[in-house]
Write a protein that binds this ligand. Structure first.
Ligand code: PLP
Length: 449
């Protein structure tokens, strides 16, 4: 596509006049006008092309404009654009079947939503009605969405301005060996102590008052925190011991991102409810949902489920999910994510860490990685303070600008950059991204002691 700076300027002017942006001071937002996208890349109107190492908001697992998914949406639009959730319709039935076939254990019923936050809202509602209890336990260092219950479950600063409605939510510390809350020095200690802490929180809250424990299987935005072996199984046991519903939030980690269909597959853990969105159809049309165990589904066999959405199981969204899941299976996209993680990103990022003093820790799997940037590797002082903004966040701003200058669109959060390209990323693209990160890390290195 030919550069067209004038068209780009018009797009941006209309945006600034009328679009109210998420999470932003409206007077300060400066969005890039995007002209198009394909595969692992997107481009602007000025002739700049970016390797998308953010997968947008970690959702384009099959890359941009996958032809099979584009065609499926077009065909469905021509056939049946919309129909109320109360009807049975072929694409919705098929999407539910394909999802249920892949979710762990007996999670065989699917309630569709428009995205991740609504999935979390409904999972919490199901857990409360199923148990007759109200409290929900969630982790500090987590993100569950921006609607009422979901934002209050969230364990990072995005919650603070919306904290007023947090009745019934209690936060606990999950495992995070690099900055252990439990003074642990090994994964085994971290696991054991994090489980003891969680069980103590349950005991002190009153087990008979706790409806659910919700966890991101691998914590996403709050740091790509891969749980130690045994942690999720331990949480499962605690839930079983006290009759608590175990909810795994796989909105970000699900559908191939970690090199398995679901992150829970790495540890063979089955929750009672599993929330998904993003990768289910790469966000081509808004879609999310809750996969429900047989036991919880049975609660609503005779008793009506008191929840619904006009667009639950929207035909265009379901058609794109069917095409996405089939394309992922046919093209070995989940296997590609695993292979790229093991043979290119993992070794490549660890090699960068050896040469760049600003890299404190490399962690992740599949196409789900974080580089935690520090001022000082010995003290582990973060490159910018927790929740820094303005001048205090400048080192990360300089790092992000250097990435963009090198043609890479990064996913930066606090003192971390997440390496989260599409699951379709090729070896050559992954190497191109590593080279751009190498360049940008020299800028971060300037802020180290
Ligand atoms: N849960 C997790 C783990 C997420 O990462 C997100 C979004 O980033 C959400 C829930 C919320 O999803 P949505 O933005 O689609 O409402």
């Amino acid at each position: 596509q030919q550069p067209d700076p004038q068209a780009g300027a018009a797009v941006k002017a209309a945006d600034r006049a009328h679009v109210f942006h998420s999470w932003s001071a409206q007077g300060l937002v400066d969005p890039l006008a995007v002209a198009g996208a394909e595969g692992s890349y997107f481009w602007d109107y000025d002739g700049n092309r970016y390797l998308d190492f953010s997968s947008q908001l970690v959702n384009t697992n099959i890359g941009h404009q996958h032809p099979k998914v584009v065609a499926a949406v077009q065909e469905q639009a021509a056939r049946l654009c919309t129909i109320a959730p109360g009807f049975a319709v072929d694409v919705r039935s098929e999407a539910a079947r394909l999802i249920a076939e892949r979710t762990p254990g007996d999670l065989d019923k699917v309630f569709f939503t428009n995205g991740g936050a609504e999935a979390v809202e409904n999972a919490v509602r199901m857990a409360r009605l199923h148990t007759g209890r109200t409290k929900v336990l969630s982790a500090y260092r987590s993100y569950h969405g921006a609607t009422a219950a979901a934002i209050n479950l969230t364990g990072d600063p995005r919650r603070w301005p919306s904290d007023t409605a947090s009745a019934g939510v209690v936060h606990f510390w999950g495992p995070y060996l690099y900055r252990s809350h439990f003074h642990a020095t090994t994964e085994e200690q971290e696991c054991e102590r994090a489980l003891a802490h969680l069980e103590e929180v349950v005991a002190f809250e009153g087990p008979q008052t706790v409806a659910a424990i919700i966890l991101e299987t691998i914590v996403g935005t709050a740091g790509i925190l891969v749980p130690p072996a045994g942690y999720l199984a331990g949480v499962r046991e605690i839930c079983d011991r006290y009759g608590i519903v175990f909810v795994l939030d796989e909105v970000m980690a699900g559908f191939g991102r970690t090199g398995e269909w679901f992150a829970a597959d790495h540890w063979r853990v089955t929750p009672d409810l599993l929330t998904f969105a993003k990768g289910v159809n790469s966000g081509y049309v808004p879609l999310g949902g809750v996969a429900i165990s047989a036991e919880i589904a049975a609660t609503f066999d005779r008793r009506p489920y008191p929840g619904g959405l006009t667009y639950s199981g929207h035909p265009l969204a379901c058609a794109s999910a069917v095409a996405t899941i089939n394309a992922m299976a046919e093209e070995g996209i989940v296997e590609n994510a695993a292979r790229i993680g093991e043979s290119v990103l993992g070794p490549g990022l660890r090699e960068l860490a050896e040469r760049h003093p600003s890299v404190g820790e490399v962690r992740g799997l599949g196409v789900f990685w974080a580089l935690e940037l520090v001022k000082d590797r010995v003290t582990r002082e973060p490159l910018v303070p927790y929740n820094a903004s303005g001048e205090a966040a400048a080192p990360m701003g300089a790092f992000a600008a250097a990435c963009k200058k090198a043609g890479l669109w990064p996913f930066v959060n606090m003192n971390r950059t997440h390496v989260v390209p599409p699951c379709t990323v090729t070896e050559a693209e992954a190497k191109e991204g590593l080279a751009a990160l190498d360049e940008a890390l020299t800028v971060a290195d300037r802020y180290t002691v």
